[in-house]
Design a protein around this ligand. Structure first.
Ligand code: PMP
Length: 408
């Protein structure tokens, strides 16, 4: 077990963990959907509204200056978090979904044409499928899909067979939300680049577990959502290489993204503002910095090591349950464990666990094609974060035994 972190002390940083659900202490195991927020993030949110709520970039009064400074400081913090070469390459978005749509609607509509091919994978979240399908419908380009094996790993030789001079774009998930698989993204990127294709990584799940370095990865685009990393909902980033972002047209039109507007013609602002029309989610952007500071304080390696302990313990204990099958047993995994139980519907499992105060995710996890690949309609998914404990895993296992007794 990891002894560098005092988990009980960490739990005190998260007020929500004291909630009582159905008369039971909350056991929150739905972290892949969203993580809980530590007190310093909550304080940053209310602190902004209480002390310096103002619109950014345009005001000259003190509150506006303070809000602008905090907003731009957060951008710098996010730049450091992913090791982007410059802050101008870090676009503030509403989250991963927004980032992918931005790329599909700007880069895609400008540079991908009829007959071109876009490669995604079987394990994509709907947010990395539908924007590309919409583009294909509009432009007449073709979607290709990398298959996976029964363990939930990409078939890399099949990926290589899909690559050709027609491949213009590859958009894959760094870490699967439904299976926990960590994909070999560096290899994907170098192979895609070898045929001249650009690569976007969906980092929604990777960001809270893995060290991120977009320069080392050499990806063309990277998107993530802060609410998966102990930060606020409704904000995220899109990293893009400068030359690509410069060549792309703006996404949404409005205030902030312009240089000059006349009725005859509008010229656009520089990076990153060209892609940031309208008043952004200022409070959430400001608070994001504190979430990343918190992660740094604990140390990402320490967090990952604790989560891996929980994953190993949970996987072994789940395998002891008769009639339970784990979906997703990749060699490289984060702390997400999905499973099905013989003859018991995942929704019933979720409802019974909830009666015991245990929050898990049930359903297709926005990955319906992946569920089809496994011939299932959904799974029950437990996903662990830094504040989870072995005792909570034990409560999950105990809860599943109760499920079996009632419905098995
Ligand atoms: N991709 C993956 C792998 C995800 O897990 C999620 C969130 N469930 C998303 C994309 C979408 O993220 P958001 O809803 O924050 O835009």
């Amino acid at each position: 077990m990891n002894n560098k972190l005092d988990i009980n002390l960490i739990r005190n940083d998260f007020p929500i963990l004291k909630e009582v659900i159905n008369g039971k202490q909350l056991v929150y195991l739905d972290n892949a959907a969203t993580t809980q927020k530590p007190q310093l993030v909550l304080d940053a949110l209310t602190g902004y509204y209480e002390h310096y709520n103002a619109n950014i970039h345009r005001g000259i009064h003190q509150l506006a200056e303070k809000a602008t400074a905090a907003f731009e400081e957060s951008r710098l913090r996010l730049q450091k978090f992913i090791n982007a070469p410059s802050a101008e390459e870090v676009i503030l978005t509403y989250g991963t979904t927004d980032g992918i749509n931005l790329v599909a609607q700007t880069y895609g509509r400008s540079f991908i044409k009829e007959g071109d091919e876009i490669i995604i994978s079987t394990m994509e979240h709907h947010s990395n499928i539908v924007p590309w399908q919409m583009l294909c419908e509009e432009k007449g380009c073709v979607l290709r899909v990398i298959p996976i094996n029964d363990q939930g790993e990409l078939l890399m030789d099949e990926f290589e067979k899909l690559l050709s001079e027609r491949t213009k774009f590859v958009s894959v998930v760094h870490v699967s939300n439904a299976l926990g698989t960590i994909n070999p993204v560096k290899e994907i990127i170098s192979k895609a680049h070898a045929v001249g294709a650009k690569v976007l990584l969906d980092g929604a799940q990777a960001s809270s577990h893995l060290h991120l370095d977009v320069q080392d990865l050499d990806c063309d685009f990277y998107t993530l959502s802060l609410h998966k990393i102990y930060g606020p909902t409704g904000m995220g980033i899109l990293y893009g290489k400068r030359a690509l972002l410069d060549a792309m047209p703006p996404y949404r039109g409005g205030g902030e993204m312009i240089k000059e507007v006349t009725f005859a013609k509008t010229t656009y602002n520089e990076l990153p503002y060209k892609f940031e029309a309208g008043t952004p989610n200022i409070a959430d952007v400001v608070a994001a910095k504190y979430a990343l500071d918190y992660v740094d304080l604990l140390g990402k390696e320490n967090i990952a090591s604790h989560e891996n302990d929980l994953l190993e313990y949970a996987t072994a204990a789940l395998k002891e349950i008769d009639g339970l099958r784990i979906i997703g047993e990749a060699k490289e995994k984060v702390s997400v464990v999905s499973f099905v139980m013989n003859g018991i519907h995942h929704q019933d499992i979720g409802v019974i666990l909830d009666q015991h105060g245990i929050a898990v995710r049930t359903g297709h996890h926005c990955t319906q094609p992946l569920m089809n690949r496994f011939n299932i309609t959904g799974t029950t998914r437990a996903s662990f974060a830094v504040y989870n404990t072995i005792e909570e895993v034990d409560l999950l296992i105990k809860g599943l035994h109760k499920v079996k007794k009632m419905l098995g």
